[in-house]
Design a protein around this ligand. Structure first.
Ligand code: MN3
Length: 200
């Protein structure tokens, strides 16, 4: 078995003007594809390729740095594409809105705290909203391609929202202005997918 690059659920230009088509194309066809290929190389001729990506992440401390970096890159981007959609964004409804209100006081306060985590991650990494087994929500960030499923991660839980803050995710359109990219992200968040992940 090998890991397969999942299909992008929309066209490269579908998230314009917030995420530009060229960034989308390079991010998916070069970066995500490279993580996928390199992960397959890293797990070849071992018994690791019998594990699901989630199982690999949970015991990643036992494996090589290549598995940590490329397995993280494979998992994180596969999740990230589905957490964005055209004609999405704005305020969530129903159980997602209720959960964010309950944990963070209001949707605006949630956005502020998540944006701060994304802006404050030094260098390359990801911002996350994670849920623990009791349904408790926490905001945090991880360096590089680490994620909250990993046993080595300080932030732990099931990811229900993720934002890539590597420069490759925004530099063409936003250059060094990461906060502008983070603001734009709120116009493309797929809250239906967030709800699905919260319920799963
Ligand atoms: Mn990326």
């Amino acid at each position: 078995m090998s890991f397969e690059l999942p299909k992008l659920p929309y066209a490269y230009n579908a998230l314009e003007p917030y995420i530009d088509a060229l960034t989308m194309e390079i991010h998916y066809t070069r970066h995500h594809a490279a993580y996928t290929n390199n992960l397959n190389t890293a797990v070849a001729v071992t018994d690791m390729d019998k594990l699901s990506i989630e199982e690999l992440m949970k015991s990643v401390s036992k494996y090589t740095v290549a598995v940590r970096n490329n397995g993280g890159g494979f998992y994180n981007h596969s999740l990230f594409w589905k957490l964005m959609a055209p004609n999405a964004g704005g305020e969530p409804q129903g159980m997602v809105l209720d959960a964010l209100n309950r944990h963070f006081g209001s949707f605006d306060k949630f956005k502020e705290e998540f944006s701060r985590a994304a802006a404050g991650r030094f260098g390359s990494g990801w911002a996350w909203l994670v849920m623990d087994s009791s349904g408790k929500l926490t905001i945090g960030s991880t360096p590089n391609q680490d994620n909250p499923l990993m046993d080595i991660s300080e932030l732990k839980g099931k990811p229900v929202l993720a934002l890539d803050v590597w420069e490759h995710a925004y530099y063409l359109r936003y250059q060094n202005r990461r906060p502008d990219y983070i603001s734009a992200f709120w116009n493309v968040v797929n809250w239906q997918e967030v709800e699905r992940l919260m319920k799963s």
